[in-house]
Write a protein that binds this ligand. Structure first.
Ligand code: TA6
Length: 289
């Protein structure tokens, strides 16, 4: 008998940039949830100190859980099953010898849990590329069924902020949004930057601009998407925070979710593939855009 660890033993995969010390990312095999992205030792993602994740039961409260095939509540479990299933990493990560970038891919195909919720055949491929100041991800949805299917999706990204009352989200002015904390009314954003001063749950649709998230201190992140046309901005604020067992009562003050989404249903015919891309890049203070 061999003691060599198998895919089944693996809980997470850590990617380390080969030319930039302290730049790394960690992908949990449950959900293919990215639970850490560090640039030169600095953490770029928020994970609750009360977070835990359990296959088919509990998604991670933090990092980047993958929402598929349903964003939000609806016919099946809130945010679907992809964040709850165990994914596979079919091949070892590769390194680009010139840049030191590391590239890994994770795959999810139907299992009994997904089939009980959603009967379709599909293949998801999530490619994660760790660059020297950027995390680039790509979600591919392939219809391997003989019938068309419809899905929505989102990369439910949690960011840490120094102080939520000072955090800024630039790039949303002029976009329509569904205000989930005001009876789902459709509004048009007039602020730039958007700032958070209470419970916030908004789906900005057809966002044309890149987003710049300021953490309320000195750091800014550039968020750039392809085919994730919507941006969800969420902060539970104090009351909801208290009701969440996997989130500390005070943590709403130091996090924000800014999530690239495809919240308008996408129809995929048999054999078709949809690809959504997203990049999170650290902007240095003197970066000109
Ligand atoms: O993306 C925002 C949102 O859909 C909110 O409505 C809120 O419920 C949040 O996701 C968290 O959902 P979860 O199922 O992870 O508790």
């Amino acid at each position: 008998m061999s003691d060599k660890p198998t895919q089944e033993d693996l809980q997470h995969v850590t990617l380390e940039h080969q030319k930039c010390e302290g730049t790394s990312c960690k992908v949990e095999l449950v959900g293919a949830t990215i639970s850490s992205f560090k640039i030169m030792g600095h953490e770029m993602l928020f994970v609750s100190k009360k977070a835990y994740c359990e296959e088919e039961k509990k998604p991670l409260r933090g990092g980047i859980p993958i929402v598929f095939p349903q964003f939000g509540p609806g016919k099946i479990k809130q945010h679907g099953f992809a964040r709850l299933c165990r994914w596979k990493m079919p091949v070892m990560p590769t390194v680009n010898p010139q840049t030191g970038d590391v590239d890994a891919s994770f795959v999810l195909v139907p299992n009994d849990f997904s089939k009980a919720m959603w009967p379709h055949d599909f293949a998801l491929v999530y490619r994660v590329i760790l660059k020297h100041s950027c995390l680039a991800v790509q979600l591919q949805v392939k219809n391997t069924d003989s019938e068309p299917f419809t899905f929505t999706s989102c990369l439910h990204t949690y960011f840490p902020v120094d102080d939520i009352s000072k955090a800024t989200v630039k790039g949303l002015k002029g976009s329509s949004y569904i205000d989930k904390v005001d009876e789902g009314k459709t509004k048009v954003e007039s602020d730039d930057p958007v700032m958070i001063n209470g419970r916030t749950d908004r789906v900005y649709t057809n966002v044309k601009n890149d987003i710049i998230l300021g953490d309320g201190g000195n750091a800014s992140l550039l968020l750039k998407s392809v085919n994730f046309d919507d941006i969800v901005v969420w902060n539970p604020w104090s009351e909801i925070a208290k009701s969440m067992s996997d989130f500390d009562d005070e943590e709403y003050k130091t996090m924000i979710c800014v999530e690239p989404g495809a919240t308008k249903p996408i129809v995929l015919a048999p054999g078709e593939t949809w690809t959504g891309k997203h990049g999170i890049t650290l902007l240095l203070p003197d970066t000109k855009l």
